[in-house]
Design a protein around this ligand. Sequence first.
Ligand code: 2RA
Length: 327
Amino acid sequence: MKIAIVGATGAVGQQMLQCLEERNFDCDLKLLASARSKGKVFSYRGKDVVVEELNEHSFDDVDYALGATENDLTKKWMPWAQKNNVIVVDNSSAFRLDPDVPLVIPEINPEDIAKNHGLIANPNCATIIALVALNGLNKRYKIKRIICSTYQAVSGAGVKGIKDLENQSKDPSIPSQAFQYQIAYNLIPQIGSFDDLGISKEEWKMQNEGRKIWHNDDLLVNCTCVRVPIYRSHSESITIECEEEVDVKEAQEIVAKTEGCVLKDDPKNGIYPMPLDTTNQDLVYVGRIRKDISDLTGHSLIVFCCGDQIRKGAATNAVQILEKLVK
Ligand code: 2RA
C-alpha cells in the first residue's frame, strides 16, 4: 500500500510523517512538496525517503493521500489524485462544507467515513479541540449554543508563524512573516479575513463545521478567535447552553470518560489545562468546569480546554481517519 503526504515539508506534513512513524504504519511512503523541497531526505521506518516534486503524475502509483497544503494548491492537485482513484484525507478547508465530503473527528462521527466518495475532510484545529472536549457533554445535555474564545498558537499559521515567534521573542523588531502585527508579547484578535458582520473566516468555522460533525443544523456558535504567542497548543474558553439542566460533578465524570479527553479539574490545587501540558501529545485536556452563574436557568456550563494544534488539531486526526479507512 502506498501513501502520499502532500505538503510533506510543512509543519502539518512533518507531523503526519511523525504520526505514521509512531504508529509503525505499514506502508510505502511518498513525500510530495514544491520544487524548493525536491531532493530533501527524510527517514521512515528505517529507510530514506526522498521528497519528490508534486506534479500531475505524482499519484499514478498511490493508494491513499494525506493532504497538508493550503486551499489553492489542494484544489489544484485533488483532481490529479481523484483521477487515479486515490482516497484522500485533506487537512485544508477547501472541501470541508461540500455535502458529498465527510467531515470527521474519529472520536465523534467515525460512521461518516464510509460515506466518502474518495475524499474525507479534516476539520479545523479549533473545531476539533472544542468538539472533542464537548462531545460527551453534548450527548448528555444536548448543546444548543456555544460561546467560545480561542487562544490559538502560532503553529496554526505554519512554519512561518512558528519562526515569527522564535525570532521576535529574541528581537521584537524583526517583522512578522505570518501575521499583520508583532506576535511576541502581543495578542492579535484576527485569524482570517473579516466579513461585513465583523466575523472572521476562522470564527465561522466552529458553527459551520460543528453542525456537520454533530449532525445538528440548529447548533448556534459565536466565536472570538485570537492569535497568541504560544508555539503549538490552542486553548479555548467555552460556554455551552444546553437543553438539559447541567450538573458540574456529573459533567466532570462525563468528561473524564469522553474519548480523547483528559479531565484536569482541581483549580484550588492548581490543576487545570495549560498549553504547555498538551504540547506534543494527542489528548485534549479539559478543566475549569463550572456553572455559568449568569444563566439563572442552570442550563449553561463553562469549560476550558487545550489541545496540540499540529497533532490532534490536524495531523493525528487525519492519520486516525486513515487508520479507520485502511482497516
Ligand atoms: C489557524 N486554524 O490556527 C487556523 C489554521 N490552522 O491559523
